[in-house]
Design a protein around this ligand. Structure first.
Ligand code: FMN
Length: 387
């Protein structure tokens, strides 16, 4: 018996049908539980997505994704990023994003823009290519012991908060169904949450996660207050950082509970809980991953993510390590956790880069036809533009 065919109980292990149920969040009706998470492709020209990116999103919707979250989109603030190949939402890029959103809607999906600020992450080359660029962050620390830029003043934080609100209003105006605040992976909002990068002694810092979450909660509350009742807001969080896989914003479950409760009160409708492998237990004594723990503290929707359909994690892939599709085994585990109530939605990242029809092929029980993700895919995609 192949593991791709049947489990010992006789149930098809690759049966994803429980994940094909619709879900309603505020005014948004999702046709199934599959999400395409934000994935930076470097296909933007001065912050604006091109035709290729629009088609790339549309193909994933035609292939089964119910919700597309844009790659991280810099908010319109001079400190957000200086790299023009990164996406940006601002008056001059709005129409290009509108075309993406319309394309996704036309294909039958929903779309969020992911609002992002790089904070103290040093992409190198910044000083040479833009001498005026000043990286602002909680404490001018990119990683414990490493400095980059400087700590933002409270007035600067107010202007960054206003840029997030403008980004959300722009997203709403172009017809997006919602936004996701990127508060994960070591970027600005996450730098407040992590004690390693937040050394502030004002109201934005402190020993407790509730203290360190103050700025993120203020941004979330300001976005919620400015946008309409049907507009959905997701907040993405992670323990891991691109610069540190062992980093932790919270050490204990009750701290996670405080973080989730605070952001839920600030208006978060969805928590997109980013882990590198969805099945890794977060704390001893339970097999629950971070998403399952987050769900245990909230009535908001939770998105799980991490190596669905693959046996190699995202950072290994980005460093060029090849993986193999894992087929049915982990899919059975994913569905088991979903049925148990650990999460409401699941993001499938690299597997959908590898094959835009990953969801459709899984739905049709054709895992053997899936084009495997390859480590080179993110940068030199096989995607072609077809209009
Ligand atoms: C090429 C690439 C670019 C990414 N860019 C972003 C991004 O812009 N914003 C974000 O929140 N996560 C980003 N991620 C992380 C993904 O959203 C996702 O969490 C990660 O790939 C794990 O999911 P997977 O194992 O299904 O690929 C990126 C991942 C990849 C592979």
């Amino acid at each position: 018996m192949s593991q791709l065919e049947e489990s010992p109980t006789g149930t098809a292990e690759y049966d994803i049908s429980p994940l094909l149920e619709p879900l309603k969040i505020r005014g948004l009706q999702l046709r199934n539980r599959f999400v395409m998470p934000g994935m930076q492709r470097y296909w933007c020209a001065d912050g604006a997505p091109d035709l290729r990116l629009r088609e790339y999103y549309r193909r994933r919707v035609r292939g089964g994704a119910s919700l597309v979250i844009s790659e991280s989109c810099a908010v319109d603030h001079p400190s957000a990023t200086k790299n023009p190949t990164f996406a940006r939402i601002s008056p001059d890029t709005r129409d290009a994003w509108r075309a993406c959103v319309e394309g996704v809607h036309e294909a039958g999906g929903a779309m969020f823009l992911q609002l992002w600020h790089q904070g103290a992450v040093n992409y190198g080359g910044d000083a040479e290519s833009n001498p005026d660029f000043v990286a602002l962050s909680p404490s001018g620390v990119s990683h414990p012991g490493e400095s980059f830029g400087r700590a933002a003043t409270e007035a600067e934080l107010d202007s960054i908060k206003a840029a997030f609100v403008r980004g959300a209003l722009d997203a709403e105006e172009i017809g997006a169904d919602g936004v996701e605040l990127h508060s994960a992976h070591g970027f600005l909002l996450d730098q407040f949450l992590w004690p390693g990068t937040n050394l502030r002694t004002d109201r934005y810092g402190g020993p407790s996660i509730a203290d360190r979450a103050t700025f993120v909660a203020e941004v979330a509350a300001a976005v919620r207050a400015a946008t309409g009742p049907d507009f959905v807001m997701s907040v993405r969080i992670s323990q891991w950082k691109e610069s540190d896989y062992d980093a932790r914003i919270v050490e204990q479950p009750d701290e996670l509970g405080q973080l989730i409760a605070g952001l839920r009160s600030a208006g978060a409708d969805i928590f997109h809980v980013s882990t590198r492998r969805f099945w890794t237990p977060e704390w001893d004594g339970s097999d629950r991953g971070l998403a399952g723990w987050a769900k245990s503290f909230t009535d908001a929707a939770v998105i799980a993510v991490g190596s669905v359909g693959l046996d190699v994690d995202v950072m290994a892939s980005l460093n060029g390590e090849e993986g193999q599709p894992t087929g049915g085994t982990r899919i059975g585990e994913l569905v088991r956790r979903f049925r148990r109530g650990d999460f409401d939605l699941v993001s499938v990242g690299r597997s959908q880069i590898g094959d835009p029809e990953w969801i459709a092929k899984m739905t049709d029980h054709r895992p053997a036809d899936i084009r495997a993700f390859r480590a080179g895919d993110p940068w030199l995609s096989h995607d072609v533009v077809s209009t």
